[in-house]
Unconditional design. Sequence first.
Lengths: 193, 82
Amino acid sequence: MSETTMQSPVDVGPLSASDGSVTLADAYATTKVQVRAGADTDAAAALGVSYGSSTRSADGDLVCGTRPDEWTIYGDPGRSDAIAATVPTEGFVTVIDLTHGRAMLRISGSNATAALSKICNLDLSDELTPNGAVFSGSLGSVSCDWVRDDQGGETSFLVSCERSFGRFLFIAVADACTEFGLSVPHGWELHAH
Amino acid sequence: MIIVPCPNCGPRNSGDLRPAGEVVPRPDPSTCSLSEWREYLYMRHNPADWVTETWYCRGGCRRYFTIERNTATNEIRGQEAS
């Protein structure tokens, strides 16, 4: 796999509420490697998590059980080759670098869950989506893959979708955050004022 | 709104899924008549009663599964991966 230089569909920096209760940041550059493998393959055993959960690898990459027999590994930018090299490929296994094709955002803070719940029909409570939970569902009517990845004890979600929906998704989430004090840059409003 | 239990994802809003209709036995296309094939493709019973249906979890695990749904009350029982 080769690194492809692509521009993020989101061209604004991190947005934050003045009281810090919610922060929204583009995470497009995050390396995203998808692995599809049969349950009886070495890859499935090596990845070590089942659908719905995630773990940190020794290299610090986030290994997520995205769907039955499907995993997504998130890592620092530029690590696709290194991540792919860690996956055994014997048997019925595919390893694909999705970095360029998936937009991603991170939303964090004490009001992150409340903001997301405005445009999402999933139950994002701690009981059903604790730290490390992996799930898929629509956010702002866009099909997304989610990971609850708390940072320093603070609630945080990584959300990714098809790249072409990335700008809309970012704007929709930013719009949902305005109630909690986040200011949306001019030109990024979801609704005309 | 209907809450549909996906065997992989758990209870989901039906908006995250796609109903694929009644489960209909597929005849052997090499031996069945045109009439039987047409019936398989287009004809459905659609009773106001319990029906076994296939659903697709398009927003979640992207797997097909079957449930029994009462079309009169939207009560759901039983679920099974297809």
